[in-house]
Design a binder for this molecule. Sequence first.
Ligand code: RRO
Length: 282
Amino acid sequence: MRIGSNQISAPVMNAACSVAKTLADVKALCQTKAGIVLVGSITTLPREGNPEPRWFDGGDYALNSMGLPNPGAEFYKQALPKMRDMAHRAGKPLAISIAGHSLEDYLELAKLAAETEVDIVELNLGCPNVSDGGIISFNPQLISDIIAGVHGITDKPLFVKLSPYSNPEELAHIAGRIGESEKVTAVVTSNTFPNGFMMEGGKPVIKNELAGVSGRAMLPIGLGQVKQFRKLLPENIKVIGVGGVETKADTELYFQAGADMVQTATLIVRDGHAALNRLIST
Ligand code: RRO
């Protein structure tokens, strides 16, 4: 498969997550069979993230309220060229996942992506845990503005990562806007389901209490998002499925539902980067 000018060796990659932020993470991802190495999500300013505990392994599901911990744009200005070279030596394109609260945040980070010549830009519009002003996935006008603004800065392939939508009409409206924009290479569906809650021994398992839901429990939800987006988007826009992938059989389900690629995060957070190889046949 090709994405822009990049040859993709396998239709599986990591999702943006807590183990995709450092040079050591990129080195480990380069040693897997992933078709693309994705760094992030990153923000303009450094962030420590939310207070611990901020990750919970519930077996069939996971909860996280990481709060976008990352060393910020100044760090990535230095690190991204090194990360890109590492990925290229491993025969993989490097993608960067950017996140923020405003159009300005995304424009600044798109400039960083352009300057550092990363191969693919992913707009994370669905972080559930730092939603001052709301989650951007639910703001159609801001989605359109960010896509148009970022496209004006870089002509690299653009992935758009969205929250899962429970209202099919809302999903169709967003798919329509993305289809009209003619600037999006792939829709990544989906981010964690916002605002899950769990207690153990009478106490919330996550310090901030509400948290994004990921893992196995998200498999039918992720597949349903792929099925809907594939039907609604123009053929030239790829669909990348995320949610609950733990085995090759799960990746097959995503392809049968219409996905071109699959991303995985909870699996590698739990079992390490090399667990991604379990999803790839060759
Ligand atoms: O860092 C996080 O809390 C986080 C992000 Br940016 C995201 O996109 N999805 C998620 O579940 N957690």
